[in-house]
Ligand binder design. Structure first.
Ligand code: ZN
Length: 179
């Protein structure tokens, strides 16, 4: 009688143990997978292209400014004196960079803004060499394209002057036909 009881309870224990182990195996195989996917999508937001790919997409002037850190001559760019309402996006990747409301006439001959569209669209890099001495270069945070420089002689409220090459920008005009 006693041995039967033990056999029975051993059987129950075995069933319980097997169902438990099945559960834990099942959980282990289904739980992961989401975090790595999210991490990838953030990394994929950055645009990386070869020089040949950029050369094929951009005009020679755009390539010179954006990829070779060139500077257009003052008062020659298409936007230095533009007052058209709209949003200025990166000519390389289309990321929004500046709003026309923050554009002002600095008299320097390049499109000048006192503030980027948000804190993430533009990255600053110290540019230690150059004819004018150390300057702070600004680049598009998405494609790394050279835009221009930022100086501390701008108007309120920021006191900053983002001096940007027209060739690095593309103006998407505000649609004024809609009410
Ligand atoms: Zn860009």
């Amino acid at each position: 009688m006693l041995s039967r009881y033990w056999q029975f309870s051993l059987l129950i224990l075995m069933i319980l143990a097997s169902s438990c182990s099945q559960k834990s195996v099942h959980q282990q195989t289904t739980v992961p997978s989401t975090p790595p996917v999210e991490r990838n999508s953030i990394m994929n937001d950055k645009i990386q292209k070869t020089d040949a790919e950029w050369k094929a997409e951009l005009t020679p002037k755009q390539y010179y400014i954006l990829r070779e850190k060139g500077t257009e001559r003052a008062f020659t760019g298409k936007y230095w004196n533009t007052k058209t309402p709209g949003i200025y996006v990166c000519a390389g990747c289309g990321q929004p960079l500046f709003q026309s409301e923050t554009k002002y006439n600095s008299g320097c001959g390049w499109p000048s803004f006192y503030q980027p569209v948000d804190g993430k669209s533009i990255e600053e890099r110290l540019d230690p060499v150059g004819f004018y001495g150390p300057r702070t270069e600004v680049v598009c945070s998405r494609c790394g394209g050279h835009l221009g420089h930022v100086f501390k002689d701008g108007p309120p409220p920021t006191g900053l002057r983002y001096c940007i090459n027209s060739e690095a920008l593309k103006l998407i005009e505000t649609d004024t036909s809609k009410p």
